[in-house]
Design a protein around this ligand. Structure first.
Ligand code: SF4
Ligand code: SF4
Length: 485
């Protein structure tokens, strides 16, 4: 399949009403302008959406005809990215030596490395818990006692996160390669059921790969979120105390599929722990991106920072005691943004809330992991500045159907990442004066970058606190207490 033949947008179902781009929380267009933009994208392949899309899936949820307009954005990116991916994409490509996972392994504590080693076991097994791409960046979450009863935990970055990230780049050739690898592996293992610790990967396995790439999977897919709620309903997990917190919830992009079923599952888990929910301004089917998806349009780190900061502000503006983030990828990106912004709002994964309500003490390393992430991103930026060859767009390696060894992190990267991590965790950085300076600079830079960019594109300044978009059709679900509590 090439970019020319790839068609996921259902033009036959589109009446050019503009509801999709009017609802887009990044375009924030009045209806007439939204109609013009979708028309331009269909007819000429140009649109502001190609510049600002955060891959949030809101437009798909807002389309009354199921035409899948986000997939039209992907089709256009697909043509552009066929020629090669920008250097920043190396970070999320396990076939590149200096990626997030290989870099993190250089600085992770031994207990987490032991977990990752144990998960890398693809021997035959009928039922597994697939640990997930970004759960591998925060593996300590799966050590919770309330998860006893899960089937064997299995996972490795060699599965490329079931292609979830790569789908967002529009590199459909690679998505197909990963689909073939997964088909082969799961069939050889004799898998009948997969419980996905990253529900977003569950959506890719159950929706995107079978429906759009013809993947033939002969197994049932269930999200860990659903498994956890069932354990609570069946009283297999005894909750011994109400947490009594007011929390806000961050919904991820793929949670908007299947009519937002997983969004409600997670809210039900949260309520059972004795927490009260207040929704952020953009919630559920209109939730903002954590910032990660902002990379897809232009692969610029400042796009991730300004988008993530906007989301963090919305979570903080609820006045909640804490935020619950059920996608591990969103959790680590927002943790990074939170640390740099100097926010004191605690973040919890639902598993941690349940562990606490069951009387346990979860291992909470999100803040430490955020600085680990800062170290590996700093190493990437140093290489970007120093080596022209690293800066150039690259063609990712072919991914064969069989599992093949991944490249090792080069010794120089290992040394630099360790040194940077040691620095970031030391008192030289972790002191009040430096943290305040980092926070001030970060917030100013994020807000100024966002405002300048939106001015350049002729988009209204939503401001980092988020104002109600004029062109929204239907409610911006949120503001105040959850309507479904
Ligand atoms: S909302 Fe759906 S039908 Fe309306 S313009 Fe967008 S894609 Fe077309
Ligand atoms: S996916 Fe989200 S950011 Fe992208 S065009 Fe659709 S609504 Fe806008």
């Amino acid at each position: 399949m090439t970019a020319d033949t790839f068609r996921f947008f259902r033009e036959d179902l589109c009446n050019r009403c503009g509801n999709c781009f009017a609802a887009c929380p990044y375009l924030e267009l009045p209806q007439e302008k939204a109609k013009q933009e979708i028309n331009n994208l269909i007819e000429q392949g140009v649109s502001l959406a190609l510049e600002v899309c955060n891959t949030c899936h809101t437009c798909d949820a807002a389309c009354p005809n199921g035409a899948d307009p986000y997939e039209l954005v992907l089709e256009r990116w697909s043509v552009r990215n066929e020629k090669g991916l920008p250097a920043t994409a190396r970070l999320v490509m396990p076939s590149e030596p200096c990626n997030i996972w290989s870099s993190l392994k250089a600085i992770m504590p031994p207990d987490e490395l032991a977990l990752l080693g144990a998960w890398d076991d693809f021997s035959p097994c009928e039922e597994i818990c697939l640990t997930g791409f970004y759960t591998s960046a925060v593996p300590y979450i799966l050590k919770a006692k309330v998860l006893e009863g899960l089937p064997k935990l299995v996972g490795s970055e060699a599965l490329f996160g079931c292609a979830g990230d790569i789908y967002k780049t529009g590199r459909f050739d690679m998505v197909e390669q990963i689909a073939r690898r997964l088909e082969r592996l799961f069939s050889e293992m004799g898998i009948k059921k997969v419980i996905c610790s990253m529900s977003a990967e569950g959506m890719v396995l159950s929706e995107i790969l079978p429906r759009r790439f013809g993947a033939k999977f002969n197994f049932e897919v269930e999200a860990l979120d659903v498994w956890l709620l069932r354990r609570l309903q069946d009283e297999k997990i005894a909750l011994t105390r109400d947490l009594g917190m007011t929390v806000t919830v961050h919904d991820n992009c793929l949670s908007k599929m299947q009519e937002g079923r997983l969004q409600e599952v997670n809210r039900e888990i949260i309520r059972r722990t004795g927490c009260r929910i207040v929704e952020p301004r953009h919630a559920r089917e209109r939730a903002l991106c954590c910032g990660f998806g902002a990379a897809a349009a232009r692969f610029r780190i400042m796009d991730i920072i300004s988008s993530g900061y906007r989301r963090l502000k919305e979570l903080e503006d609820t006045g909640a005691d804490a935020a619950v983030i059920y996608c591990p990828a969103c959790l680590f990106i927002l943790s990074l943004i939170k640390e740099f912004a100097g926010s004191t709002m605690p973040f919890y994964h639902p598993v941690e809330l349940v562990e606490m309500a069951a009387g346990g003490e979860p291992l909470r390393r999100h803040e430490r992991r955020a600085w680990d992430m800062a170290a590996l991103i700093s190493n990437h930026l140093l290489k970007y500045a120093a080596f022209p060859s690293y800066r150039r767009p690259f063609q990712p390696a072919y991914i064969p159907p069989e599992l093949t060894p991944l490249p090792d992190l080069p010794a120089g990267d290992r040394r630099r990442t360790r040194a940077l991590a040691a620095l970031y965790h030391s008192l030289l950085v972790q002191n009040k004066a430096v943290r305040s300076l980092v926070s001030l600079t970060f917030k100013r830079a994020a807000a100024a970058y966002d405002a300048k960019r939106r001015r350049r594109l002729g988009l209204r300044d939503h401001s980092v606190t988020g104002t109600a978009p004029d062109g929204v059709v239907g409610p911006v679900n949120g503001t105040g207490e959850s309507d479904r509590v």
